[in-house]
Write a protein of this length. Structure first.
Length: 201
């Protein structure tokens, strides 16, 4: 538990330090949309393109980006056909490298690393909900810091996990092409290809 908390605090600290250093930069090119991702575990199997600005790196220019996302998720849904129960915390670290190739073309590679486990935020979130009168529903019926993922169809378990998992996710290769560059008026198009480098287990 203490190891997980130290890891979380370290990640938050690094994110704040990196953000502060960017904020002090004189080069305005760092200003771009917040790069967030869908943390829902089932969605990780699909390709996700991080929000980016239309600026394209010049030839031989490079950019290295670190993204840290942490989420606490709990879901209990079912109907006559299928059911889904999900309770976990998820730390996602993504390293993205971009390089300008010239002629308005930019190439990028993204490498994600995922840690999914029971976490430590359940008690805090439940207390927060109680303090402001928000419903706890599922949280009031499960143990704190539980890690469980179960998806069933017609009573048959298609997906079931209850042990901590960590590993490299699927690598994404992207390309961006500038279509319009006139002063502050920029237009670009992007495409991406996801490679199945992650462990399906």
């Amino acid at each position: 538990m203490r190891t997980h908390r130290r890891t979380f605090i370290t990640v938050v600290y690094l994110a704040l330090v990196l953000s502060g250093r960017l904020g002090q930069a004189e080069d305005p090119s760092w200003r771009r949309p917040l790069s967030n991702r869908n943390q829902f575990p089932v969605a990780l199997q699909f390709i996700t393109m991080n929000p980016e600005g239309a600026t394209v790196l010049k030839k031989r220019d490079v950019r290295l980006v670190f993204n840290f996302d942490y989420s606490n998720t709990i879901i209990d849904r079912s109907n006559d056909l299928e059911s889904l129960f999900l309770d976990m915390e998820h730390l996602s670290t993504q390293i993205r490298f971009h390089a300008g190739l010239g002629k308005g073309l930019e190439l990028g590679v993204a490498l994600p690393f995922h840690i999914m486990y029971g976490g430590f935020l359940d008690s805090f979130i439940s207390s927060y909900h109680d303090a402001f009168g928000f419903p706890n529903e599922v949280r009031g019926r499960t143990s704190n810091n539980l890690y469980e993922l179960r998806y069933e169809v017609d009573g048959f378990a298609l997906l079931e996990r209850n042990e901590k998992s960590a590993g490299i996710g699927d690598v994404t290769i992207s390309a961006k092409k500038a279509l319009l560059e006139k002063g502050e008026n920029l237009l670009a198009i992007r495409a991406a290809l996801k490679l199945p480098t992650g462990n399906p287990e």
